[in-house]
Design a protein around this ligand. Structure first.
Ligand code: CTP
Length: 397
């Protein structure tokens, strides 16, 4: 995913430095070329050998190290970098960067970098709240540094409050957003539904389906990384809420419909990837089910077809994409849904093929539009999401 990309990680003297080891490993697993630069103080918290082992590159600490690879190492690395992330960033290093002070390998390299610089402050709450630190952070923003909001919680010093380094996943997402894709969806508003809906029978039991939300969440992530403003309406999933996405959590088909109806008019692209339960129980009495043995008849009514509603109330210029889960006659049934739901595209996936459907990390889909049917091979869901978006953008432009 990150082949050919150079990431420079700056590590400063904070106990949170251990998280950056995992971040470096996550980047290397995606084939990024990662170089870590540490301040002298950071080496008190984590050993440079940890980073050298994880990245396969020399970990740089001192500007005047004689065993250098490049003639003017900090400039060469600065030119090569696609993104620099300083995580954790102490108040001291933030102050130096904000004032252009370059007195070690890290601050010298950052000053020479033209690429995006992302700073993740980590420190005691009082140090963070200090107007001097706040001014310095403000200055960095002015100079186009991106600042990751520190997380709140119990800090290493025992205090509670803001100042924690966010999780490795959050740091990783910021790097991906910066370097993974062109921002070809900038200015586009996208609405995505994902996950299953849950239809309660009584306070204990429910009707639902096996959807995990993976495909919809992958679409939300890809659209956000490509610069879109994304609203995700999600049924109950075990997945982490994606970064950079406005997420509205819902439970039933009715909740999902209400959430979609409230916002869809404003959207350029609507993608309905949720597995909405087709039926919802009506007037079931708890006691009736408990007392009865053998066959139980549960009265059901159809849920509101959200995709169909949006298709029928489509705004000029909008693009509507639905999904179809089929067990038989994939293309014929999905093509019929394109018509009946007034969608511009149906992404059809067969529940019978290994590597496709619910819960897997891959999918095999066929993209169906009015004038084209295109079957893709088995691909990771993130790649499938990107191809779907490519096709939608082609049709929109
Ligand atoms: N969908 C929806 N609201 C529903 C049912 C489905 O918005 N109440 C959407 C899904 O999100 C998906 C598309 O319609 O984008 C097709 O869903 P699918 O379950 O394959 O089709 P159904 O219309 O439910 O038809 P069937 O289950 O009979 O195949």
């Amino acid at each position: 995913m990150l082949k050919g990309k150079t990431v420079v990680l700056g590590v400063t003297g904070s106990i949170a430095a251990y998280k950056t080891a995992n971040l470096a490993s996550m980047l290397v697993k995606q084939h990024a070329d990662v170089t870590v630069i540490m301040t002298e103080n950071a080496t008190n918290f984590i050993n440079p050998i940890t980073f050298e082992t994880l990245t396969g590159n020399k970990c740089l600490v001192d500007t005047f190290d004689r065993s250098f690879q490049y003639s003017v190492e900090h400039v060469a690395l600065a030119n090569k970098a696609d993104v620099v992330m300083i995580a954790p960033a102490t108040a001291n290093v933030i102050a130096k960067l904000a004032h252009g002070i370059a007195d070690d390998m890290l601050t010298t390299t950052v000053l020479a970098c033209k690429c995006k610089k992302i700073v993740a402050p980590a420190m005691n709450t009082n140090m963070l709240d200090n107007p001097m630190t706040q001014d310095n952070i403000h200055r960095l923003r002015k100079y186009d540094f991106e600042i990751i909001e520190p997380a709140k919680g119990r800090l290493a010093c025992g205090d509670e409050g803001a100042g924690k380094l966010p999780s490795e996943e959050v740091l990783f997402a910021h790097i991906l957003r910066e370097i993974l894709y062109e921002k070809d969806m900038a200015g586009k508003k996208v609405l995505i539904t994902a996950g299953p809906t849950i239809e309660s029978i009584d306070p204990v039991r429910y009707i639902s389906n096996h959807s995990t939300g993976k495909m919809g969440y992958a679409l939300a992530r890809v659209c956000a990384y490509r610069g879109a403003e994304v609203t995700l309406v999600s049924g109950r999933c075990a997945l982490a809420i994606p970064e950079f996405v406005k997420t509205i959590e819902v439970v039933s088909a009715e909740d999902m419909f209400e959430a979609v109806e409230a916002v869809y008019e404003d959207m350029d692209i609507v993608i309905m990837a949720a597995a909405v339960a087709d039926y919802t129980p009506v007037n079931v009495s708890d006691s009736k089910i408990k007392k009865k043995e053998g066959d139980i008849t549960i009265p059901l009514k159809r849920t509101q077809d959200i995709l169909k509603y949006v298709g029928e109330h489509k705004k000029p210029g909008q693009f509507i994409c639905g999904f179809a889960m089929e067990t038989d006659d994939l293309v014929a049934n999905a093509t019929a849904k394109l018509e009946s739901k007034k969608a511009d595209m149906i992404v059809a996936n067969s529940l019978r093929e290994p590597g496709a459907g619910f819960a897997t990390d891959t999918n095999i889909v066929t993209l169906i539009t009015k004038d084209n049917t295109q079957r893709l091979t088995c691909l990771p869901k993130d790649t499938v999401a990107s191809v779907i978006v490519d096709e939608i953008l082609k049709k929109l432009n």
